[in-house]
Design a protein around this ligand. Structure first.
Ligand SMILES: Nc1nc2c(ncn2[C@@H]2O[C@H](COP(=O)(O)OP(=O)(O)OP(=O)(O)O)[C@@H](O)[C@H]2O)c(=O)[nH]1
Length: 366
């Protein structure tokens, strides 16, 4: 948990206490009380916008934008795109120096768009991790594609990741067509350099260059830490001048409940096989935190009874292992004891139900 999260948590706890005290004092519901005292309640949306503008914008008020950024400061958004399994989340974690995104050998591990911030004295670079772009086979696939493709039109740099260790195929060409249409700076990132020799690497770069007119090329190995910092510097050089979009010290825009759901899903992906990983969705139902303990309840959804049986395992062994694995990671993340309760439920056909996909947080209304 970041310092910012801790501060927010403390503030939230203080607010809760204050609200309780208020309720006790005069028997009023604190929310009603606050509503009554809203000084802007009578303003129209336009009037409110004008007021915010005249105050230098909400961001300025919150210290989110930089009056204090030095001359020449650069900032911007960089989308990591590529076909499933190209190594996007692993590169993101390497750039951040800590695990912010889950990874696994299962294609389509990433289902959420995540922003992760690299903040330096001279620049602020916001990485946008996207689901692997692929030809969709179901409703979930279509939603994942839609959310990944939407990023291409909204970023300053597109980093197109291609796995150096597998031949370039139709999957890469499909992504390339979409990347080529973006007006952002395009950087080719050859991943998994540790798995191939130089000759193969050069050939792969030649093949990739036939797909897109790249502005730059870099070869990396995220697992070996090779060229990770040079990659950050390379994309930072392409960022336009601009303010800090996020406050210093904020690593990601992912909330704690989402991290819990994602870490549990990663453990399911690592421990199950065949169709089970793709059928799994995880929702964190409750998240309570004190200074000593985090208490969470999450539900693992699958599509069929048989999958539920596999996940629970003989005498509940499988779900117990998944819980233990996830708990270890979460305790490291939150720096506190974690009490994690998991339930397994069947929700038939959820991957073809756009409302369910959104409820689980794997796609967004644009
Ligand atoms: N040897 C090696 N393996 C890597 C490297 N980068 C990623 N991998 C492995 O490749 C697999 C896929 O990596 P991810 O980072 O999950 O790939 P992704 O592009 O985010 O995948 P999706 O979520 O499916 O879109 C994992 O098993 C990683 O450990 C690398 O530099 N070297």
């Amino acid at each position: 948990m970041t310092e910012l999260d801790k501060d927010l948590l403390e503030t939230a706890e203080e607010l809760d206490d204050a609200e309780d005290a208020l309720e006790e004092e005069d028997g009023l519901d604190a929310d009603e009380e606050l509503e009554e005292f809203d000084p802007f309640a009578d303003l129209s949306d336009d009037e409110l916008d004008a007021l915010v503008e005249s105050q230098g914008g909400v961001g300025a008020e919150l210290g989110l934008v930089a009056g204090d950024t030095p001359e020449g400061f650069r900032s911007g958004f960089v989308a990591l795109v590529g076909r499933p399994n190209a190594g996007k989340s692993t590169l993101l974690n390497a750039c951040m120096g800590t695990k912010v995104a889950i990874t696994s050998p299962v294609a389509q591990t990433t289902r959420r768009r995540m922003r992760a911030v690299v903040d330096r004295d001279e620049f602020q670079l916001v990485f946008v991790d996207t689901p692997g772009i692929h030809k969709p086979k179901d409703g979930l696939g279509s939603e994942l594609n839609r959310s990944a493709l939407a990023e291409l039109s909204d970023v300053d740099v597109v980093a197109f990741l291609i796995d150096a260790s597998v031949p370039i195929g139709r999957g890469d060409a499909w992504v390339a067509e979409r990347v080529a249409a973006s007006s952002a700076v395009k950087v080719l990132v050859l991943t998994k350099a540790d798995k191939v020799d130089q000759t193969k690497m050069i050939k792969q770069i030649e093949e990739a260059r036939k797909l897109v007119d790249f502005d730059d090329v870099i070869v990396v190995s995220s697992t070996e830490g090779f060229n990770v910092e040079p990659f950050i510097q390379l994309v930072a050089d392409y960022l336009p001048q601009g303010p800090r979009w996020y406050p210093k010290g904020m690593d990601t825009d992912t909330d704690d409940a989402t991290l819990v759901a994602e870490f549990v899903r990663e453990k399911v992906l690592l421990r199950t096989r065949e169709e089970v990983p793709h059928s799994v969705g995880v929702v964190c139902d409750s998240f309570e935190s004190t200074s000593k303990l985090v208490r969470v309840h999450a539900t693992v959804y699958v599509e069929r009874e048989g999958q539920k049986g596999i996940l629970i395992g003989r005498k509940g062994e499988m779900i117990k292992h998944i819980g233990t694995d996830a708990r270890h990671d979460l305790e490291r993340l939150f720096g506190r004891k974690v009490y994690l309760e998991l339930a397994v439920r069947v929700k038939q056909g959820w991957r073809d139900d756009v409302n369910e996909i959104r409820r689980m947080g794997y796609a967004f209304e644009e």
